[in-house]
Structures are given as structure tokens and as C-alpha cells.
Write a protein of this length. Structure first.
Ligand SMILES: *Cc1c(COP(=O)(O)O)cnc(C)c1O
Length: 375
């Protein structure tokens, strides 16, 4: 059996090696390392794939979140709602821009912001909500968008983990994660479902005005050469990364299928231990692209299970070990948008199993066998 890895990027590369090598060499030989053709091609390809009008590539997902907030003309002290159980990036850029992160608890079964708890966290200073589509499925966007509309709030979707997930509204219409709010954010960090071989990110929007502004922000606030309209930053996607991601984009559907197949095998294989191990739950409105396959381990057994798996050559990771309000950087710098006990509990019980496009049946059976036989 091949060594089990949390993510396996080299095997995935080998499947497209020739095309990838040509794409990379093509960029090097072209001499156009900044804003080359591949950057435009990738943006057009993503725009088709996600059915969104504007795709603005940038340097990484965290920059994309920052640029999104910069485009919204917020004032220092304005409040932005984020989930308490999540990756740090959204809260970090909120704080960086001297805005106040307001933390809302997450739903214990879906790990996404608990939409029923958002309204209680809204104040007169609230200007935006950042739902983070965690682990591969979309937050419950229909009621979330209704709340945003009712209070006049912007919605910036942190879609770094859930590219390709699709949300179905009650009227039957379907929209890709990241294209529902005012602005959506992607990350092409290598381990993401559509990853480059370095850093990369993009912004998504259907709003022409916001698109224009986001493009300006990414090039030092420049409207034309050496005319700086607004304060921006320097955030571009390298042509090399764009060329790499462009080779992978046509395979994204099959990558998602491979992840789903692994998830289904885990789901059914782990049924016998359902009394102490909860497998991920999908909300009916969202498809799941399994960026992570995250279990909830009951009865305080999580850390011991992780150790046991490691001893048996099975990596398993804790995403995330601390809720944002317990992070040293955020203590006393965030506002509690209500009780955060579900987030606290999740940090003590979540465990993510190996999940990537190259897991084979033998590896999955081995993982299931060991979990089922854990005492
Ligand atoms: C990866 C990630 C980011 C940041 O993306 P980078 O490209 O690494 O800056 C932001 N939010 C979430 C939820 C992520 O998983």
C-alpha cells in the first residue's frame, strides 16, 4: 500500500505532467511573467465554470478578502460578522483594516455560521457579513442573504475551501458558492481543491462597479498608469501560477468526484461506530466538495484517536484547534456576537481524515478498518 498522506499533490501532478510541464515552460519562454495571457485565460475559464461575470485574479486568498473589504468603503470601527470557528484569514483582515470582527457561533452539524444566530449579532455599526464556506459546503445562503438585505449589509463569501459547491434556492435556481453575495473570494493555495504550485487567489463579483474598483485596488489604486485614484495594494496572480491552475481547471469536476467517492466510502465504512463518531452532514441546499472530511469524535476521545491513527500510519489533522476569540491575536479585539459554545465544543471534537483526489480503495479500507477497531 502507498503511504497515506493528508494530501497528495505529486501523484495528481503526474497525471497531467506533460501538459503541466509545457504550460510552465511556455510561460518561462514567453517572458511575460506578470499579467500574461494565462492570467486572462484562467479568469475567463473560471468565469464560465462558476457562471460569474467578473473574475479578478490576485496574489492569494487572504489578499482577496482584504481587497474585498477595501472595496466596500467601510469606516474604522464598523463591524463585520464572521463565524467563530474558522480559518483565521477573514477575521485577520477585518482587524487589519481597523474594523471590528463580530463572532457568531457555527452550526454543530455543518460547521458553517449558524444563520439563526446572525440577527442577534447585528448592531447599528454592522456593515457586512463574511460567511466562510467551510470544508466544502456552502453556508445556508438563502436566509443569510435575506438577513443581509433586511439590514442593508454587504456579503463577502470566503470561498477558499468550497470552489465548485453549488447552492440551490427554494425557487430551484442554482448558484455557485462565491457568486451569491456581493463579492466572493477564492484561494489557489496548493492544498485547496483547485490549487496552484504556490500562492494565488481571485475575487468574484457580478457587480460592474465593484469589479472596476477591485481591479484598481490590486494595482495600487491605479485607474490608468501613474494615476492613483484610491489607496490600493499590489496583489497579482503570477502568470506561472495562472498557467498551472489553468491546466487543472478542466479537471476540477473529476477532482471533486474523486473527493466525493472517498467521502462516500468513509460515510458507509464508518457507520458501525456512529455511536461515538459523527460523519459530516450535508445541508440539502448545498452540494459538498469535501475540501476536508471532518469527523466529530465524541466522549473526549479525539486526541487519543488521532494518536492511535498516527501510530498506524494514518495522518489526521485538527482543523481548527481554537475558536477565534481564544487566539492570542484576537483576545479582547473581537466582539462576541452571542454565545460561542458550539464553536468551543467543535474545537475539542473535530478531526479531519486524509482527503484528496488520489486516495485509493486500499488506503480508504485501511483507514476505516483501523478506526472501526479503535477501542
Ligand atoms: C486558505 C484559506 C484562506 C486564505 O487563503 P490564502 O490563499 O492561503 O491566503 C482564507 N480562508 C479560508 C477559509 C481558507 O481555507
Amino acid at each position: 500500500m502507498n503511504v497515506i498522506q493528508m494530501v497528495d499533490l505529486t501523484t495528481q501532478y503526474k497525471r497531467v505532467q506533460q501538459q503541466m510541464d509545457e504550460a510552465v515552460l511556455g510561460v518561462i519562454r514567453s517572458g511575460k511573467y506578470i499579467n500574461g495571457e494565462a492570467v486572462r485565460d484562467l479568469a475567463a475559464g473560471l468565469s464560465d465554470f462558476l457562471r460569474v461575470k467578473h473574475v479578478i485574479p490576485c496574489a492569494n486568498g487572504t489578499d482577496a478578502l482584504q481587497m474585498a473589504l477595501m472595496a466596500l468603503d467601510l469606516q474604522p470601527g464598523d463591524e463585520v460578522i464572521v463565524p467563530a470557528f474558522t480559518y483565521v484569514a477573514a477575521a485577520e483582515v477585518i482587524a487589519l483594516l481597523k474594523l471590528t470582527p463580530v463572532l457568531v457561533d457555527v452550526h454543530p452539524r455543518t460547521f458553517n455560521v449558524d444563520v439563526d444566530k446572525i440577527e442577534a449579532a447585528i448592531s447599528s455599526r454592522t456593515k457586512a457579513i463574511i460567511p466562510v464556506h467551510l470544508f466544502g459546503q456552502t453556508a445556508d445562503m438563502e436566509p443569510l442573504m435575506q438577513i443581509a438585505k433586511k439590514y442593508g449589509l454587504y456579503v463577502v463569501e470566503d470561498n477558499a475551501q468550497s470552489i465548485g459547491s453549488v447552492y440551490t434556492f427554494r425557487d430551484g435556481s442554482r448558484q455557485a458558492a462565491g457568486t451569491i453575495g456581493d463579492i466572493g473570494v477564492l484561494s489557489f493555495f496548493p492544498t485547496k481543491n483547485l490549487g496552484g504550485y504556490g500562492d494565488g487567489g481571485a475575487l468574484l463579483t457580478n457587480d460592474d462597479g465593484l469589479a472596476l474598483k477591485l481591479r484598481m485596488i490590486g494595482v495600487h489604486g491605479q485607474s490608468r498608469r501613474y494615476c492613483h485614484e484610491i489607496t490600493g495594494c499590489n496583489s497579482r496572480l503570477d502568470t506561472l501560477q495562472a498557467a498551472i491552475i489553468r491546466v487543472k481547471l478542466p479537471h476540477l469536476d473529476s477532482y471533486i468526484q474523486a473527493r466525493r467517492k472517498a467521502a462516500e466510502a468513509y460515510d458507509s465504512g464508518l457507520k458501525p461506530v456512529a455511536d461515538w463518531l459523527e460523519t459530516p452532514e450535508c445541508i440539502p441546499a448545498s452540494t459538498h466538495v469535501y475540501h476536508q472530511y471532518t469527523l466529530k469524535v465524541k466522549h473526549g476521545k479525539r486526541d487519543d484517536l488521532q494518536k492511535y491513527l498516527k501510530e498506524n500510519g494514518i495522518p489526521a489533522m485538527i482543523y481548527y484547534p481554537l475558536p477565534l476569540h481564544r487566539q492570542p491575536a484576537f483576545k479582547n479585539r473581537v466582539k462576541m456576537g452571542g454565545d460561542l459554545s458550539e464553536s468551543e465544543k467543535l474545537c475539542r471534537s473535530v478531526l479531519s481524515l486524509p482527503m484528496h483526489t488520489e486516495l485509493d480503495d486500499e488506503q480508504i479500507e485501511y483507514i476505516i478498518f483501523h478506526i472501526i477497531n479503535y477501542e
